[in-house]
Design a protein. Structure first.
Length: 152
């Protein structure tokens, strides 16, 4: 798939930055059933016709715009609810460069999938080291679920 920072989490879950229009047009042949897009549609590299490209292939499109400078628990809850509903389907979670996506998927895997945070965090570390509001969000949600883990 042509996109920045593609990270395959499992056979049914992939995170990435913004796929090219051509990559989006080929997702059905790669077995994808749904796409969760986490960047606002106003970001410069957004593919304006992404919903239409996916609909033509019968792929469900879910848009949860997460402001990069102010992510919060409501964004995580929306992402996690979508991932839970789609857990038996092949899903791509993407944003601009896979910072939002990798972080939200990490939280879902740990808090609702009961995965080892050190193992789940490897997918985040391939892309970035969250700081600022993102680090605070990760720490707050992990703490509220009594998960002891220090993101690096």
């Amino acid at each position: 798939m042509a996109a920045p920072n593609v990270v395959s989490i499992s056979p049914l879950l992939v995170t990435s930055g913004q796929p090219s229009p051509q990559a989006l047009a080929g997702l059905a042949k790669d077995g994808f059933h749904a796409v969760i897009y986490l960047a606002p549609s106003t970001v410069p590299n957004a593919v304006k016709d992404e919903p239409e490209l996916l609909a033509k292939q019968g792929i469900e499109f879910i848009h949860i715009p997460v402001p990069f400078g102010s992510p919060d628990e409501s964004h995580f809850l929306a992402v996690s609810a979508a991932l839970t509903r789609l857990q038996s389907k092949k899903v791509l979670v993407h944003c601009e460069v896979n910072m939002r996506a990798s972080s939200m998927v990490f939280l879902h895997r740990v808090l609702h999938g009961n995965e080892d945070p050190a193992v789940a965090y490897e997918a985040v570390a391939k892309v970035w080291s969250p700081g600022g509001v993102w680090r605070r969000l990760l720490l707050a949600l992990l703490s509220s679920h009594k998960v002891s883990f220090e993101p690096y």
